[in-house]
Design a protein around this ligand. Structure first.
Ligand SMILES: C[S@@+](CC[C@H](N)C(=O)[O-])C[C@H]1O[C@@H](n2cnc3c(N)ncnc32)[C@H](O)[C@@H]1O
Length: 358
């Protein structure tokens, strides 16, 4: 169960802001400590070959600190401006976190072994893999079971948050302001689709931002959808409609949604599939509707972080990332028909905001 406190109702804003920033710094410190300790253990028990180690590039930590600080300011500002409630910044399910954290340690040896042996097709035998696209049948990040089990779904959120030093949700929330601005032109209740909704984090934030909108989520993983349902069904408001399906062929009619969001998917897709999925976004979006995509930064906008960007796929199985970091997503959006295409950078994430013309 999430802890919900209406901080803003009884404390001055400065105090709440500093509490938020301190809390995020603690999370970053704990994530770094965890990563350093687990990396030492991994190196001892499952060392990588000299050839692989030589590929790693150095990273300038001071750039990361500045970006981290900017992101927290943006996250705070959007909450203070009323885009979403301030208490969203403090939501934690402690019981869930501790269970996942213990499970993560129990799981580490098997994912370290996959990393060492570069095994990325170590998937559960009880799954009919034929119904999934080839690019999906793998252990992204060398994670146990790929996207194909409840165990994987239970570990996912804590793994991603540690990877991003506690700011994964702050990056996800950057979709909310452009969506809110883009959807303000519609008088009727809007329908918003979150594509590749995973465990439902973005849908949770969408629900807090658009309390009466009809929300929809689609993902290829039934296990991740079960996890999303668990998170979203704790809320008193209307449940988002969750559907298992492939974003390449969205099971919705043309012009159905006013808003579409999509977080951390594109970098896990082969280049032509990215175009196919963006074409689908265009098809199911209504004219004047708004699309907001959030994914990793790319080389062209963050050359100073080239070392970090190049290191990522060396430790985490991400076969399409090299192509993604050079891909011209603006061109793909324009090719589908989108206009008013803008991009913004937030720490290690990038947003594309685009409109379907009349
Ligand atoms: C890195 S996770 C991101 C999940 C979530 N959006 C988040 O913010 O954590 C990628 C998600 O995309 C889903 N996925 C990958 N390919 C897909 C496809 N072709 N159609 C639908 N979902 C897909 C996976 O099952 C997984 O849940």
């Amino acid at each position: 169960m999430q802890t919900n406190t209406n901080w803003d109702s009884f404390l001055p804003n400065d105090v709440v802001k500093n509490t938020y920033k301190t809390w995020q710094q603690i999370k970053a410190g704990l994530s770094l400590t965890h990563k350093n300790f687990s990396t030492d253990l991994r190196k001892f028990f499952f060392p990588l070959s000299e050839k692989r180690i030589k590929q790693f590039s150095p990273v300038d930590g001071s750039i990361l600190t500045v970006r981290f600080e900017q992101l927290l300011n943006e996250d705070w500002q959007d909450a203070e401006d009323g885009i979403y409630p301030i208490n969203l910044l403090f939501e934690v399910d402690w019981q869930e976190f501790f269970l996942a954290y213990v499970s993560l340690w129990l799981d580490n040896p098997s994912s370290w072994q996959r990393l060492q042996t570069e095994s990325f097709q170590d998937l559960p035998s009880n799954i009919n893999l034929d119904k999934y696209p080839q690019y999906y049948r793998r252990n992204f990040h060398y994670q146990t079971d790929g996207y194909f089990s409840d165990r994987s779904a239970n570990l996912y959120d804590v793994q991603v948050d540690i990877l991003f030093n506690g700011i994964a949700d702050s990056m996800r929330r950057r979709i909310l302001k452009p969506l809110k601005q883009g959807l303000s032109k519609f008088d009727e209740e809007v329908k918003i689709l979150d594509v590749a909704c995973g465990t439902g984090r973005s849908l949770r934030f969408l629900r807090a931002t658009f309390s009466t909108a009809s929300l929809y989520g689609i993902d290829l993983s039934s296990a991740y959808l079960r996890k999303a349902n668990q998170l979203l069904s704790q809320l008193p408001s209307e449940l988002p409609q969750l559907m298992e399906g492939n974003a390449e062929n969205l099971p919705y009619q043309e012009n159905y949604f006013q808003g579409i969001s999509n977080v951390f998917l594109l970098h896990e897709l082969p280049n032509p599939i990215r175009q196919k999925i963006i074409d689908e976004f265009f098809r199911v979006l209504q004219p004047h509707g708004i699309l907001v995509i959030c994914d990793s930064i790319q080389l062209s906008d963050s050359p100073e972080l080239e070392g970090m960007i190049n290191n990522f796929p060396l430790l985490f199985h991400e076969p399409f990332y090299h192509d993604y970091i050079k891909d011209d997503i603006e061109e793909k959006l324009a090719k589908s028909g989108f206009t008013d295409i803008k991009t913004t950078i937030h720490a290690f994430s990038k947003c594309w905001i685009a409109t379907k013309p009349d």
